[in-house]
Design a protein around this ligand. Structure first.
Ligand code: NAP
Length: 305
């Protein structure tokens, strides 16, 4: 069992930036990622607001570049799931499928996952027309009808992307105003393939083996309606991936990690970076900034223990 200076849990933009900073600072560092590097960023078709990429970049490409850059400085990445953690020992321990890894400090960068709608038919038809990833599944919907649920940046950005394939994109939103940034709103209102169903919530997703229709209810009038569709893309927010840490560090009431200005958590030597921590901005740019700051804070901590 090797003891590392630093364990990084999560390989999205926050974890990869932390990996780059730590490896370049010559810390012995291990990054543990459950599925694939890039996290939610890698499920985004086009990222236009990450500086340095004047034409934008796909999330997958940006993730690959971040990984390559960090590995060039010696970052080691293990693909495995963290089953449990123990941050009370001087050498904090992370248990993976094949045993324990220990480190003198740790950075939590596990990000978030999509929130489900929680309506009948959603689970049953997942992968059969119900999707949470336009980048992954959009191309299956060429010339088909699509419904996107939600009114935030993700919903509108992905609806715009899906309009490239679909014959029609209907956005179902529970209010009569979008939460998405103004630039995305303008683009979506000008998009000939898009239309909006306002003040409406989805009550069920229907279909025999694949999505065929969506039942919606107008929250102002109480009227119900059915929208015929081939696909439903759900973008109604996210949940932090913090279940495994809940007995070890302080979380807020929604499950986000509470940090101080240096990104230190309530556990000594444990820092948190990116979407997983409490904070108003959930952006690739802010996640990367967090990754850098978390390593600088971890280095300061390591020098003093
Ligand atoms: P979000 O901003 O929380 O938006 C979630 C949307 O879903 C809101 O419109 C919300 O309605 C709606 N909603 C929530 N629960 C619902 C339910 N049960 N039924 C129906 N609708 C529901 O989440 P997000 O769009 O995933 O974005 C998450 C964060 O990432 C945000 O901070 C966002 O700015 C950021 N992000 C940024 C970019 C970018 O900068 N280009 C791209 C993607 C994401 P209400 O509006 O009524 O609350």
């Amino acid at each position: 069992m090797t003891n590392h200076d630093l364990l990084i849990i999560g390989g999205g933009p926050a974890g990869l930036a932390a990996g780059l900073y730590a490896a370049r600072a010559r810390l012995s560092v291990l990054l543990i990622e459950k599925e694939m590097v890039g996290g939610q960023m890698a499920t985004t078709e086009l990222i236009e607001n990450y500086p340095g990429f004047s034409e934008g970049s796909s999330g997958v490409e940006l993730a690959e570049k971040m990984r390559e850059q960090a590995e060039r400085f010696g970052l080691r990445i293990e693909l495995d799931e963290v089953m449990s953690v123990d941050f009370t020992r001087p050498e904090m321990a992370v248990t993976l499928g094949d045993g324990e890894r220990t480190g003198r400090a740790a950075i939590i960068a596990t990000g978030r996952r999509p929130q489900l709608l929680g309506v009948p038919g959603e689970i049953e038809l997942r992968g059969r027309g119900v999707s949470y990833c336009a980048t992954c599944d959009g191309p299956f919907f060429r010339d088909k009808r699509i419904v996107v649920v939600g009114g935030g940046n993700s919903a509108i950005e992905e609806a715009l992307y899906l309009s490239r394939f679909a014959s029609e994109v209907v956005v179902v939103h529970r209010r009569d105003k979008l939460r998405a940034d103004r630039v995305l709103q303008e683009r979506s209102f000008n998009n000939k393939k898009m239309r909006f169903v306002w003040d409406s919530v989805v009550t069920s997703i229907e279909g025999d083996g694949k999505v065929e229709a969506l039942a919606v209810r107008n929250v102002k009038t109480g009227k119900t309606a059915s929208i015929a569709t081939d696909g439903v893309f759900v973008y109604v927010g996210n949940l932090p991936n913090t279940e495994v840490f809940k007995d070890e560090i302080e979380l807020d009431e929604r499950g986000y990690v509470i940090v101080d200005p240096e990104l230190a958590t309530s556990a000594r030597g444990v820092f948190a970076a990116g979407d997983v921590r409490v904070g108003p901005a959930k952006q690739v740019a802010t996640a990367v900034g967090d990754g850098a700051l978390a390593v600088i804070s971890a280095e300061r901590y390591l020098e003093n223990v």
